[in-house]
Design a protein around this ligand. Sequence first.
Ligand code: FAD
Length: 466
Amino acid sequence: MDTFDVCVIGSGPGGYVAAIRAAQLGLNVAIIEKDKTLGGTCLNVGCIPSKALLSLSEYYYFAKTKFAENGLLVENLRFDLDKLMKKKDQVVHKLVKGVDFLMKKNGIEVFHGIGSLVDPQTVVIAEENGKEHRIKAKNIILATGSAPASLSFLPSYNDQIVDSTSALQFSSVPRSMAVIGAGAVGLELGSVWSRLGSKVYVIELLPRICPLMDHSVSSTLETFLRNQGIEFFLNTKIISATSNTNEVLLELVSGSKTYSLSVEKVLVAVGRIPYTHGLNLQQIGISTTKKGSVEVNAWWQTNFAHIYAIGDLIEGPMLAHRAQLEGIAVAEIIAGLRSPQLNYALIPSIIYTSPEAGGIGFTEEELQAAKRDYKKGVSKFSFNGRALAGDVGEGFVKILVDAKSDKILGIHGVGPVISELISMSTPLFLRKVSGVDFVSLPLAHPTLSEVLREAALDAYKRSIHS
Ligand code: FAD
């Protein structure tokens, strides 16, 4: 039986990145993937295909709604859904092939099949053709990710009631679609189909969309999406769903009012649950939480010190960049390096709608609840030359600074390329750059990033352009 220093089960952004880092550090690594392609949810049915469809549908929507008023005349603007889907599939294909290449380049042994623990040191791989392969591992990293959550009272998934994976591959634009859940996945896929012509209704149990985001950001995003034609039913519960030949009839309740809504498709986007199927955790005695996540300590060790778990499989924000960071940290811990603890407060969270929305650090509501004394600066994209030049001058950036220490506590915003602005702000948090330092950042002009500096200036009542 082959013995490896590290066996990674699951090849999503957590697993494949952990495998590469472990191999870079001289460890002998195997990775097991049950699906035909590597890359996990993120590359195959998550981040990447959704962003491909978001980008393509955004180009179309921008051309449709903004070209004429800017003097760009396109006659008979149309799209070919088949080609659009092919483009998305090509992007996915290129990236998953890239992961194959990286496995080879780093000398990582790839096994395709379902990986199960036989005992704490042995993993069996059940291949699709019925064959089994056993390997021994000194360390095991569980990175089996998550699967879409379902609602028990809905009829099971079919052609009409779908999860995010199916909503990435419709063969025609639905006339109408109800999205259950106003989180990132629901709003992103709702936006894609709305831009392509579907009448989209978003149904959310809570009183606001993206409840974990800074309130001013989520409420502004809601207004933008409403203006794009998406209808929201907030504070609303679905009590029944009946599938007929051409439609699904939903019964909704909000306070004392009841509504019925008839739609062609229903996208269930109520979150994801950890995927432990087939791992054999119970028999081995690996502890899980009530929600089914694998329990880990601060070093991602399960109750077996040499078995680690990372990514969507453990508690915390289900995000690819967080899974990657954990993968790198665990590989370094196994190799005996002192990997720094992750600061989960500094994991950015983005919704890739148009405009994008997101943030990093504390929200204003969190600071108020904690009774922290803070300064706030806000700058609008409508005062930013680059945004106006590209006709994307909507939204704002908000910066929150500790009133005593001047340390930046949070940056939140809704507007063009918020994903890039927030991402590139993370080093400023890590280096503990103060709000005052931020004011003097030498940023190129004209850039969208200047909104960040203007927001910082505003926190010190020194705003130049607003
Ligand atoms: P996964 O990516 O889920 O990978 C787990 C892998 O393990 C899978 O390939 C699975 O087949 C395999 N596996 C499971 N069990 C076994 C077994 N027993 N044996 C062998 N293999 C097994 N996150 C972001 O940060 N940004 C985004 O923009 C974003 N967009 C998203 C859009 C959508 C539509 C969805 C659904 C998700 C999105 N996410 C996004 C979330 C992101 O995809 C996940 O957080 C991320 O993929 C988690 O990585 P992971 O490595 O933990 O698990």
